[in-house]
Each structure stands twice: as C-alpha cells, then as structure tokens.
Design a protein around this ligand. Structure first.
Ligand SMILES: Cc1ncc(COP(=O)(O)O)c(C=O)c1O
Length: 406
C-alpha cells in the first residue's frame, strides 16, 4: 500500500464496516400538515432524487412552530435587506450589528442573567462554554448521555472526564466527594442538559445546582431543547439559579435558536465574570464570523412571540395526552414530560422498520440508533409541535399499529 493513499484506505475501511441498518442517508422531504405552512421547495439530494409526497413532520425540533411564523420571516427578510445576509466578519472586527446587542440584552433580561453572548451554533457555544470553565488541570463530571458538542468541548479543554449515570445525582455526589478528597483544590465542572433530546428526560435541576455548589463545582447546563418550552414562561429549567436570594448558581446556560426559537445560532448566558472571560479569551467566540443578521433578527422576533404568548404550557399538556394515548395503545410510556417522546424499540432493524411503516402512512419520524444512543436502545424519536394539525395523534396511532410482543 502506498503511503500517499493510506488516508483513503482508512476511510474506505471505516465506511465498509458500517452495517446496513446503521448506515446514514441524507434525505430531503417536504414538511406538510402545519396549518398555514409554506410548501417549501426542497433540493433533491443524490440519495433521494425524487422527494416523495409531503410528510407530516414528527421529527423536527421546531417545537413551537415558529420557523415559519410571519413575524420571524418578516424580521429575517428586513435584516437581510438592511444589514446583509452575512455579517462579513467576527464580532470583534466589523461583524457586530445593533441586532446582536439587542438580542443579547433582551435574552439576558428574560433569563435574569448578567450577560449573554451570541454564537453561530449551539455546538460552538458548547465548545466555548466547556473550554471557559475547564482546562487541562480540571476534572469534568458529565452525565453519561450529554450531547456530542459538550464532549468535544471536554476533549478540546484537555480536562479529565468522568461520566455519571444518567440523571443520577447520588452517583454524581459520590464522584464529587471522591474528587474533593483526592484533590481538594482541583477545578471541577459538571455537565448536564435540562431536556435530553434522545431520552426526553430531565434532571432535578435545583438539586443538581445545589449539589454542585456544595462541592464548589461549576455547573454548565445545556438548555437547547428546554428553552421556549420548559420552565416559567419557557425560560428553561435553569431559570432563577443565578446565585441570588440564597439559590445555587448555574455558571453557564447554553441555548440554541435552532430549535424552539425557529431560527439558527445560539448563545451563552452567565455572570459578568465568565462572560468577560469568554469575550477576552474564547477562540470559538472570537475567531468566527458573527451570527448572520437575519438569524439574529429571527431569534429576536421569536423571543417576542414567546414572551407575548408562551405556548410551552399548551404543548406540555398535549404531550401528556400523547404519552397516555401511546401507553393505552400498549407502547411503553415515553419517559419525561416534554415534547420529545422516544418510543423505545430496542433493536435497530425494528426501529428502522417502524420508521418506514410511518413513512408509508405519510408520517416522518426518525429511528435513532447507536452510537447516538446506547446499544440495544434503538428508538423512534417522536416530536410534538405546537402547530401539528388536529388528528395527528390518531394518524400516528393508526400508522404504528399494534406494538410488537416481546
Ligand atoms: C443538547 C444539544 N446541545 C447542542 C446542540 C447544538 O445546537 P446547534 O444545532 O445550534 O449547533 C444540539 C443540537 O443538535 C443539542 O441537541
């Protein structure tokens, strides 16, 4: 083998090792069923040259149905016309626009945090957050099921990583105690999420924050899937834990605009010290083009919509009805209380077959398989949205049919 082609051979070997039921494919499809939704023309991809009829989207994270909301569309259009489609430079060069500052200050006020900084994506915000709070001398204690972006942040920080069982605060406490015993002055960082996107579950955030505070550990809470939906007025489960009035402090909250906010981009929110550190030192903040003005304007319009009409509560009530109906139909009750309803199937092939059965009935839901979830826990990730038409649940139940008997 010539050394000049070794990289090709390595990639080839890795691709060939993927079992057919684990192979990913890009799909394009036309979302359908949202009242007043625009029919979006989609670009065919190589693997899907002829997109089929519109499918009812039970997969997207546009929980509040805001991505096509007229006020978001108008705000993004006006920003594109006035400020340009792209910012053209980083925030510290010439990429900052008034809309960035407006959005940062509106979010800080809404979340009760001293300061907010915007990022082009949640992945990048998480990289920045972990590298701000941990370095190669630190120990990071992470929920076993945290998002890949947080793990990438740990790798980038050079910190040592220990995982604790999902949402298991007793297990975390043991690790915190051991860490403090072994190295009393070590910097400790705990990573968790307020709504786990593949499980639908949430930790006890108040108890988690108090536990971290009692061991002098910083807590980074990823609220990507909770913002707009969970917590008071959709402010997330970390709302109020800012170190005031005797309450424990969450050092950093990360959030994305790519889900309930119906736009794109992300932010970190925290106290002035850590935010100033990010501004001065964070590579993922400084060395990247500023969030595109139309996306920032769209996120600002989404925040106004959420403040004027918090839709999260109604969505949660609907999610409770869906959980009960699935359970009554013989499926395992999807864990959690939020709009993510994972239907645990176990076997990869079975999860894919279920996805295909739903698609044949005009419904789009995606089978989630390892390595995204642990081995043997393949699932259909059903996602509820505010703008799903009446009758969607009945269509889903009919398409699912009877649950398989084990
Ligand atoms: C928990 C969590 N954190 C962070 C991200 C990344 O956010 P973004 O899509 O804005 O990069 C995601 C999205 O996939 C996520 O699910």
């Amino acid at each position: 083998m010539s050394s000049s082609t070794q990289w090709r051979d390595d990639l080839q070997r890795q691709l060939a090792s993927i079992a057919p039921e684990r192979r990913r494919a890009l799909r394009s499809f036309r979302p359908a069923g949202a009242p007043g939704s625009l029919e979006s023309p989609t670009l065919p991809t190589n693997s899907d040259p002829n997109p089929a009829a519109p499918l009812l989207d039970l997969a997207s994270n546009d929980y509040l149905g805001l991505s096509r909301h007229p006020s978001l569309v108008a705000a993004a259009q006006a920003a594109a016309a006035g400020e340009g489609v792209g910012a053209g430079a980083s925030r510290l060069v010439s990429g900052s626009r008034p809309v960035h500052a407006q959005l940062e200050s509106a979010l800080a006020h809404w979340l009760g945090r001293e300061r907010v900084l915007l990022f082009p994506s949640g992945f990048q915000a998480n990289l920045a957050a972990v590298t701000a709070l941990a370095d190669r001398h630190s120990l990071v204690l992470a929920d076993r099921l945290i998002h890949h972006s947080l793990l990438s942040g740990v790798r980038a920080s050079g910190a040592r990583l220990q995982r604790f069982a999902h949402n298991d605060l007793a297990a975390l406490e043991q690790r915190l105690q051991a860490a403090r015993r072994e190295r009393p002055n070590q910097r400790l960082l705990v990573l968790s999420e307020s709504l786990f996107s593949m499980q639908g579950t949430s930790p006890e955030v108040g108890a988690l924050a108090a536990l971290c505070a009692s061991h002098g550990a910083a807590l980074l809470l990823d609220e990507a899937h909770a913002l707009g939906v969970l917590g008071p007025g959709g402010r997330g489960l970390g709302y109020g834990f800012n170190g005031e009035d005797g309450r424990a402090e969450i050092a950093l909250i990360s959030g994305t605009f790519g889900k309930a906010f119906g736009s794109g981009g992300a932010f970190l929110a925290g106290g002035s010290l850590v935010m100033e550190w990010l501004l001065q030192f964070s590579g993922p903040f400084r060395y990247t083009t500023a969030l595109a003005p139309p996306l920032a304007a769209g996120a600002l319009a989404a925040l106004a919509c959420i403040q004027a009409d918090p839709r999260g509560q109604a969505l949660l009530q609907r999610a409770a009805r869906w959980r009960s109906a699935l359970e009554a139909a013989g499926w395992p009750r999807p864990p959690g209380t939020g709009p993510i309803l994972p239907l645990l199937v176990g076997d990869d092939g079975r999860a894919l077959a279920l996805q295909q059965r739903l698609e044949a009935a005009g419904l789009l839901s995606v089978a989630i398989r390892p390595p995204t979830v642990p081995e043997g826990t393949a699932r259909l990730r059903l996602v509820l949205r505010h703008d799903l038409p009446e009758g969607s649940l009945e269509r889903l139940l009919a398409a699912l049919g009877a649950p398989p008997c084990n």
